[in-house]
Design a protein around this ligand. Sequence first.
Ligand code: NZQ
Ligand code: ZN
Length: 385
Amino acid sequence: MNNFEFYNPTRIVFGEGKIAELDRLIPAAAKVLVLFGGQSARKTGTLGEVEQALGERQFGLFSGIEPNPRYDTLMKAVEKVREEGYDYLLAVGGGSVIDGTKFVAAAAKYDGDAWDILTSMGSKIEAALPFGTVLTLPATGSEMNKGSVVNRESMQAKLPFMSELVFPQFSVLDPVKTYTLPIRQVGNGAVDAFVHVVEQYLTYPANAPVQDRFAEGLLQTLIELGPQALETPEDYNIRASLMWTATLALNGLIGVGVPQDWSTHMLGHELTAQHGLDHAQTLAVVLPAMLNEKFEQKQAKLAQFAERVWHIEQGSEAEKAQQAIEKTRDFFERMNVKTRMSDYDLDESAIEPLIESLTQHGMTQLGEHGDVTPDVCRRVLQAAL
Ligand code: NZQ
Ligand code: ZN
C-alpha cells in the first residue's frame, strides 16, 4: 500500500425527511443563495421543502444550472452573490448543480479571472464561500468530495478542478427524493458510480486488500441493485443503498494508498464537450475499449475483478479478464446506457477533433502509468466506434 493522507470533512445527513434538518445545519444568521437546475427541484417539491426548512433566514434563488454546468451560467450566479451579498450557498440537485455551486463558491472569493480556477485545476483557490447540498441524483459523489467539473461551451472545454476548500460542509441524502428520476438518469447514475470505483480499482495489485474489498462490495451492490431500481423505482431500501454506494464510490475512501487511472473520465469529458453526451454515456463508450487497450497491464486486476465481482471461475487468467470486460459492457447496456460511439451517431470523423482537444488540454499522460497518450486514446476511440 502507498503512503496516504485522508481528509474528508463533509457531514452526511441521511434518510427520509432529513431536509428539515437544514435549519440546524445552516447558521441562523446566514444569507443563503439556493442554487438549482432546470425545473425538477421545483416540480418534485424538493425546493418547497428546502424553502420551508430555511425558516426565517434570508435567502435568494438561482435557477438554471444545466447538466454539465456551463461556465457562463455560473458566472451569472457569481455576480448575483457579489451584488446581493450572500454568505452561504445551498446546492439542490445532482452532480451538475453541486459542481456548479463549488465553482461559484470559489469564484465569488477569487479576485483574478475566474477561468484561472479551471486552468490551474483548483490550485489557485485561496478561499471559498461555505456551502451545503441537498442531493437529488446519486451518481457523481460530488456531495462528499472536493472535485468539480465545469463546461465552457465557447471553448469546447470541460475541465475539472479540485480543492479542499470546496468540500461541502454537509450533504442531505434523502433517498425518497430520487424516486422521480427519469430512467435515463437512474442508469447514468449507476454507470457513473461503477466507473468511479473501476478508475480506483482496476489498475495493478498494490497490496491494498481493504481498498479492494470495499471496491468489490460497491461494484457488486451496483450490479445487484441498479437493475432493481429500474424495475421498482419506489423501493426505499434499493434507493437508499444505491445512494450511499454512489457517495462511497467517490468520497476518497477507496482511493487511498492505491494507484488510480481516470483516463476514461478525461477522454469522456472531451466527448461531452464536443458532442453533448451525458457524462455516464461517455464512460460507457470509453471504458470497455480502454480496458481492452490496456488488457496486459491490467490483466491481474481484471482477473480478480472477474472472480470476485462477476464470480467467473472457469478459464485462464486472460480468459477470465476478457469475460469480465464483456460482463461490464452488458451491465451498462442493461442499465440502458449504450456502449458504442455509433449508438450516439458518432463516426470516425469525430475522432481527430477529440484527440486534438485532449492534447490541447494537456491530457497527454493519462492512466495509472501515465502512458495513455493521445495515440493510445485514438486507438481506444477507434475500437469504440
Ligand atoms: O436540471 P434539472 O431540472 O434539475 O434536471 C436534472 C438534470 O436534467 C435531472 N434531475 C436531477 N435530480 C432529479 C432530476 N430529475 C428528476 N428527479 C430528480 N430527483 O437529472 C438531470 C441530470 O442531472 P446532472 O446533475 O447533470 O447529473 P449528474 O448527477 O449525473 O451530474 C453530472 C455532472 O457531474 C460531473 C459530470 O462531468 C457532469 O458534469 N461529475 C462530477 C464529479 C465530481 N464532482 O466528483 C465526478 C464525476 O465523474 C463527474 O465528472
Ligand atoms: Zn464520473
